[in-house]
Design a protein around this ligand. Structure first.
Ligand code: ZN
Length: 170
């Protein structure tokens, strides 16, 4: 009995960077920290911000303090606290860029690529952010996050159209 066992090596498909380049210009739409923060705030509210004091998930945004406030006990939570961006000093728009690229590469984005596309000086915080997204944010959540941004972006476009529209009264 000389049965040969064939071991097929499974090779992970390489990202076809040169044939299908990720567009850097597309990513510039996220370079608006105000707009991105607005989208992140809505994304967090839609997921239910959890109160660290009483556990309630009922919050509203307190614009004067720029924090979420618990409807039950009034305890406040910052935009980053209790989320994937907690303890991170990176701009929030990096999260959006990362999710955009993750969706585009089918979750195969590397920290080196993220560094290239953000132009951030330090590798370690990007590696750590990417690790967290891959661990804690399923693709559906990443998609959900970007949808909130698109909504904000459209609102901004709409606002600029309305602002430039001639008044009917004149
Ligand atoms: Zn509370």
């Amino acid at each position: 009995m000389n049965a040969t066992i064939r071991i097929t090596k499974i090779v992970a498909p390489k990202i076809q960077y040169k044939t299908a380049p990720l567009e850097e210009s597309t990513l510039s739409i996220y370079h608006n920290e105000t707009l991105v923060s607005e989208a992140y705030r809505k994304y967090r509210l839609s997921n239910g911000v959890a109160c660290k004091k009483c556990g309630s998930k009922d919050h509203y945004w307190l614009s004067t303090k720029e924090q979420f406030q618990c409807k039950k006990c009034k305890f406040r939570t910052t935009l980053r606290s209790g989320s994937i961006m907690e303890n991170s000093k990176l701009p929030i728009h990096y999260l959006f860029i990362a999710c955009h690229l993750l969706l585009k590469t089918g979750n195969r984005l590397t920290a080196e690529q993220l560094q290239h596309f953000t132009g951030h000086k330090y590798f370690e915080p990007l590696w750590s952010l990417l690790r967290k997204i891959k661990d804690e944010m399923p693709l559906a959540q990443q998609y959900h996050l970007l949808l909130h941004f698109i909504e904000e972006k459209q609102n901004e476009a709409l606002a600029s159209v309305l602002a430039s529209a001639p008044s009917e009264a004149q």
